[in-house]
Design a binder for this molecule. Structure first.
Ligand code: NAD
Ligand code: TDX
Length: 325
């Protein structure tokens, strides 16, 4: 079996590749892995250092039709992580989001269709549903994305489903909540806050800090992706949630405690434009149908994550310097 993993040098994609090649997904033991990654600011070959001998790494753009058409034949499945992934950057400039997230996905779908690839797993996000005041999103919820990032992800998500309906392709879409864990690029709230706090700096809390996110450990997310890839029904969407909702103030309190800092380290700043108030995801479908259950408690996951950032300054410090974070 040969798997093409796009965006495999990023946070979640590299976790998936390390786990797969480490034998963490028994049904895929012995699978060969090709990673296609453009190595944008958030892509980092160091994330794959522990498995570099076992990976065929191709540095390239998913929008490069010639490259993708040439690379695709011979693969049995595509796991598509590659994307521009940060909401704040999409507010500053939407161009790369539309190009990579929408056009790049179309290029991959066309190449996979022509090559007769057996399975196409698209990694989407709960942000495509918009914002929810009460209750939790099921997969039937209408898509009402609010940021250029989530609108571009909704475009790719719907395109993937259209290729099933139109061409009968074996696609599966997963929509997950906010991930955290090792190797997350230090622009996202948890690694940004943790590394600032470790360094004795302040952390910028947007608006009133009352926005709610549903936190999911990256290993649970990848386990859900693998279940959907192996056993998900073609043309279906599966939500993957962590079931732990926190306001950003509550999250900040946890991170202050974990780093021995107090509220004087928190700097309230202007709110994000169009800031979604609450995300809440029901993962009943994937649990009932495929046996998904998040295994990492938030307490254990966040303790391990903070410890990892404390021990791995050499990984994140150059990234923060380069990205002026
Ligand atoms: P990330 O930014 O850490 O990684 C993205 C990877 O894609 C990088 O390695 C980057 O170099 C690569 N890439 C970007 N543009 C590319 C292009 N044009 N061609 C080839 N490679 C390209 O992001 P992440 O947090 O690991 O997210 C992975 C996927 O999961 C994305 O599709 C994202 O939308 C989705 N997602 C993330 C979260 C989260 O909380 N991080 C939640 C829901 C969904
Ligand atoms: O400096 C900050 N201060 C702050 O208060 C940052 C970077 C964020 N925040 C707030 C905004 C959000 O309410 O923290 C919350 C989380 O922000 P991000 O880490 O930027 O994540 P979010 O915007 O929720 O999107 C993430 O989850 C869904 C990922 O970046 C997306 O790729 C994924 O699809």
């Amino acid at each position: 079996m040969r798997i093409l993993v796009t965006g495999g040098a990023g946070f979640i994609g590299s976790h998936y590749v390390r786990t797969l090649l480490g034998g963490g997904y028994p049904a895929y033991a012995g699978a060969a892995v090709t990673v296609l990654d453009k190595l944008t600011y958030s892509g980092n070959r160091d994330n794959l250092a522990s498995v570099s001998d076992a990976v065929t790494f191709v540095e390239g753009d998913i929008c490069d039709t010639d490259l993708v058409e040439q690379l695709m034949p011979g693969h049995d499945a595509v796991v598509h992580f590659a994307a521009e992934s940060h909401v704040d950057r999409s507010i500053l400039g939407a161009g790369p989001f539309v190009t990579t997230n929408v056009i790049g996905t179309q290029v991959l779908l066309d190449a996979a269709r022509r090559a007769g690839v057996g399975r196409f797993l698209h990694v989407s996000t709960d942000e495509v549903y918009g914002s929810i005041d009460e209750g939790s999103w099921t997969e039937e919820w209408p898509l009402q994305p609010n940021s250029p990032y989530s609108a571009s992800k909704a475009g790719s998500d719907l395109l993937v489903l259209a290729y099933h309906r139109t061409h009968g392709m074996e696609v599966v879409v997963t929509r997950c909540s906010n991930n955290y864990g090792h190797y997350q690029f230090p622009e996202k709230v948890i690694p940004l806050f943790v590394t600032n706090l470790i360094d004795g700096e302040q952390v910028p809390l947007y608006g009133d800090g009352g926005n709610i996110r549903d936190w999911l450990h990256v290993s649970d997310h990848c386990a859900g992706i693998q279940l959907a890839l192996e056993k998900g029904r073609a043309g279906e969407v599966y939500n993957i949630g962590g079931g732990r909702e926190l306001t950003n103030r509550e999250l900040t309190e946890v991170l202050l405690e974990a780093t021995g800092r107090d509220w004087s380290a928190v700097r309230p700043v202007e709110d994000r434009k169009g800031h979604d108030r609450r995300y809440s995801l029901s993962h009943e479908k994937i649990s009932d149908e495929l046996g998904y259950a998040p295994a990492v408690t938030f307490e254990a996951g966040i303790a391990a994550t903070v410890a990892w950032y404390k021990e791995n300054r050499s990984w994140w410090e150059p990234l923060k310097t380069r990205a002026a974070l």
